[in-house]
Write a protein that binds this ligand. Structure first.
Ligand code: SAM
Length: 235
């Protein structure tokens, strides 16, 4: 697989975590109103289909796009289990180049993950290009300084304790696939120059029940405000 042009952590077991545990949520109905009112629609950063699958189930004309082929593969698998065959594109949003134009484009939890400010600006241009005239773009955006717990790292003396130690094992969750999953994160470094928290480590451990840990993967991520949500639905 080609190396993606923006770095995110939604691959391998992290993608499986998403497919296993990230279902439902108020965003589905929030965005649905706009999708119903303006089709065809495009779900950019659709992931494993948390929003896309309910829309397809309802017969809405929605395509999906994501930078992570792993997320898309799991989305496709879930769709196939319901005899749905979505049109999915593996593209970074700042390189978006699709054959179709859309009445509605939604981006839920995807803008600014692991991308640069320049890439985000280009993404907005591309999203605009992919709208039909009068079309609607809807996106959410988490501001980089939303997590007050990270503010202390603006002070050099506080950055001395980075990287933070690994956390103690926490609660495991059982997946439908028969494996147990655990997700841990820690602050690794802070990039003051770019004006935002820069990197983190996520760890997820799936293991078959009654057997020792089988796989372990650490994923470098960005945008620490999101890393602090690790115990909640992973962004
Ligand atoms: C937090 S998940 C959200 C998935 C889905 N929208 C949802 O709400 O369930 C973020 C998704 O954005 C994708 N992503 C991150 N950066 C991206 C980029 N530059 N272009 C396209 N997709 C991206 C990731 O691969 C991941 O699937």
């Amino acid at each position: 697989m080609e190396k993606p042009s923006a770095s995110t952590w939604h691959y391998g077991v992290v993608a499986r975590w998403w497919a296993e545990f990230n279902e439902g949520g108020e965003e589905i109905d929030y965005f649905r109103r706009y999708v119903e009112a303006g089709q065809p629609a495009l779900d950019v950063a659709c992931g494993t289909g948390r929003l896309l699958l309910p829309y397809l189930r309802a017969g809405l004309d929605v395509d999906g796009c994501d930078i992570s082929e792993d997320m898309l593969a799991l989305c496709r698998e879930a769709a196939a289990r319901e005899d749905l065959t979505p049109t999915l594109y593996a593209q970074a949003m700042h390189e978006l180049d699709l054959p179709r134009r859309y009445r509605t484009i939604i981006v839920c939890g995807g803008l600014g993950l692991g991308s640069s400010r320049e890439q985000d600006l280009e993404a907005l241009r591309r999203l605009h290009e992919h709208l039909e005239p009068g079309g609607v773009l809807l996106l959410d955006n988490e501001v980089p300084y939303a997590d007050a717990g990270l503010w202390k790292y603006w002070l050099k003396e506080n950055r001395a304790d980075l990287p933070r130690p690994r956390r103690e094992p926490g609660e495991r969750r059982s997946g439908k696939d028969g494996a147990e999953y655990e997700l841990r994160s820690r602050v690794v470094e802070f990039d003051q120059g770019r004006g935002r928290a820069d990197a983190g480590t996520r760890r997820l451990r799936p293991r078959p029940r009654s057997r020792p840990v089988q796989r372990r993967r650490a994923v470098r991520g960005r945008r620490l405000p999101r890393l602090h949500r690790a115990a909640r639905p992973l962004r």
